[in-house]
Design a binder for this molecule. Structure first.
Ligand code: SF4
Length: 362
């Protein structure tokens, strides 16, 4: 098992003239300790000036009129047509809005994370674990103002700990407009940007000052793998660039004393069958480039879905042959262990994981 934030000992300095050197140093037991403990927290979207808010609004509209906002670079006017993501300008399509209890404990807390699951996606992962809403345009349409009303309702009625935008990469302008509208309506909880990491620096520039917690899923290390399994040529390069920018904006994950995360970066990695060496490279990169205090969730819940394991098409194919057969099985405990060990060996120590007492470390 990983050491968690709960278990990390912090040595308190003893004045040498007070205690004999034979007394072992005291060890702080608190799992929430400086520098990761916040006394209080004001969401970043309340700290930007009205001038900067107006600049962001006009930048959002400009992006929609000529959208190159994600690495697909469609260069389309979304008021007239749609690009790769299939979503236009005036409304977003939402699959579900609800308090959600499937996130990390430090995000869902006791009341849930106020999740907005957007339909559509700018990736085409062949194993998509959410393909009913990500690859099919199902759900209901909302303007940014209507979305803002839902955000405030999640806060007031659901008492959620945050607003969690799931798969927002293709609707960043509408999300920016919704956050700015919601702050005028009384929104007070942090914003979570829950992404595949297939973002662009332009979209992250638009989000800078509006997002409190970045929650990227760094999926694969090699561009060849992303080409085959995510249908995106340069995913890995893009993810590395995007995650560095996210970290520059918000830094390490910080909590208030109730154990709820309020600001910072939390990186996820879903271990995939036969791809554990890519997970190892991701863990090493995180420790080397972002530092050993980066908060990580090594996820174990991969299962074959979407196109994986379906019959191959075409007149000459053998009926027994399955598509993407190399990932058509659950991930093994050994594979997960390899990535977990690599994370520890790289010096990472802040993990989202079940606690030994059966509950959750937060
Ligand atoms: S957000 Fe949509 S329209 Fe814009 S570049 Fe990406 S896929 Fe294309």
């Amino acid at each position: 098992m990983f050491r968690s934030i709960l278990a990390r000992p912090t040595v308190l300095q003893q004045p040498s003239n007070v205690l004999p050197s034979s007394i072992p140093p005291l060890r702080r037991k608190l799992h929430l300790a400086p520098p990761f403990l916040l006394e209080d927290y004001i969401p970043r979207y309340h700290l930007i000036s009205s001038v900067d808010a107006a600049r962001k609004r006009s930048a959002a509209y400009a992006h929609l009129r000529r959208c190159n906002l994600c690495p697909r670079l469609c260069d389309v006017n979304r008021y007239e047509t749609t690009g790769h993501c299939l979503i236009g300008a005036e409304k977003v399509k939402v699959g579900t809005i609800a308090p959600h209890f499937g996130e990390e404990p430090c995000l869902q807390g006791h009341n849930g994370s106020g999740s907005v699951f957007f339909s559509g996606c700018n990736l085409r992962c062949v194993f998509c674990q959410n393909h009913d809403i990500a690859h099919q345009k199902v759900g209901f349409d909302l303007t940014p103002e209507e979305l803002a009303e839902w955000m405030v309702k999640l806060q007031e009625v659901g008492n959620v700990h945050n607003i969690n935008f799931v798969t927002p990469e293709h609707v960043v302008p509408q999300v920016a407009l919704a956050i700015l509208a919601a702050r005028e309506m009384g929104l007070r909880v942090p914003i979570v940007y829950n992404t595949s990491a297939f973002d662009s620096l332009k979209s992250l520039e638009l989000m800078d000052g509006l997002v409190d917690i970045y929650l990227p899923d760094f999926k694969v290390w090699h561009n060849e793998t992303s080409k085959r399994l995510l249908k995106a040529d340069a995913y890995a390069d893009t993810a590395r660039e995007s995650i560095q920018e996210m970290y520059r904006q918000v830094g390490d994950l910080c909590f208030t004393g109730d154990g709820i995360a309020k600001k910072g970066l939390l990186v996820r990695h879903l271990v995939m069958p036969g791809k554990e060496e890519e997970g190892v490279r991701i863990m090493q990169w995180l420790a080397e480039v972002l530092g050993k205090d980066v908060f990580v969730n090594v996820m174990e819940q991969y299962y074959p879905d979407a196109h994986v394991g379906r019959e191959k098409r075409g007149p000459k194919t053998n009926k027994d042959e399955k598509r993407y057969s190399e990932i058509n099985r659950p991930v093994s405990k050994e594979e997960i262990g390899v990535v977990q060990k690599a994370a520890r060996d790289a010096g990472l120590w802040r993990f989202a994981e079940p606690a030994r007492h059966g509950g959750w470390n937060v």
